[in-house]
Design a protein around this ligand. Sequence first.
Ligand code: THG
Length: 280
Amino acid sequence: METRISSAARQVIIGPDRPTVLIGERINPAGKKKMAQAVLAGRLEIVAREAQAQERAGADIVDICVSAFGVDEAALLPRAVEVVMDATDVPLCLDSSSPAALEAALKVYTGKALINSVTGEEHSLARILPLVKTYGAAVIGLTQDDDGISRDPERRVAVAHKIVQRAEAAGIAREDILIDCLALAVGADAGSGRVTLETIRMVRESLGVNLVLGASNISFGLPLRDVLNSAFVVIVSAAGVNSLIVDAAKVRQMILAADLVLGRDVRARRYIEAYRRRDP
Ligand code: THG
């Protein structure tokens, strides 16, 4: 099963035998004072520059989130999308929990967007799935519902099934759904990594859909976050996650190595190419 995301100029394919697709996470005001202030003031140059930097660092897709206290996302998300489309050719992942903001962004986006995200909550399914269908987009389904995020993998899997079923009933093809089994901070709950891995295994076996993961969540609140994130992305890649929302500059080398070892980099072409292009 292959998931296609595109901009006007470029197509990215997510699939089991393909190299891991990196979705750059850095356009997100959470935890970034400077970006939050700029976004709040409507100064979006920093967003354009960050998109270009992530593309140079190996991001295949760029996630755009402008959610911050006091921000009118329905006004700002489409503007951010326009600014980024002017700055780069990378396809975009539209990251918002606001259906109005997502629709405004979809209206200006040229290409097949990745909508981030729908959940198993009734209000989310009802508002987001029609947008996916109308705009011909793909969508990330988060394995959480009206009861929140379960610590029981079986329940997360049940939410994944519900999302896929409802999406297909709305006329959305299964290949246009990426399931996010959810990574939570291991600093808060040492069992959270295993819950994610068990969910990944079961979703892969029972649904056969492509998988995405916001991997950096795993290290919130702990020191040496890059070390933890590196270990985690390798483990989840081996478990079958084929796209990651990450800081591409920090994990690209590790993912190139993992893809090669996992047989997703024929004749080591990408690995060697990255070595040739490295900064001397
Ligand atoms: N799943 C899906 N979408 C998501 C997430 C997910 N979107 C948001 C988030 N989780 C993924 N994006 C980020 C972005 C930043 C960070 C973590 C996840 C992060 N930022 C640093 C911080 O907050 O401390 C700041 C970085 C900096 O200052 O440079 O860790 O799970 N579908």
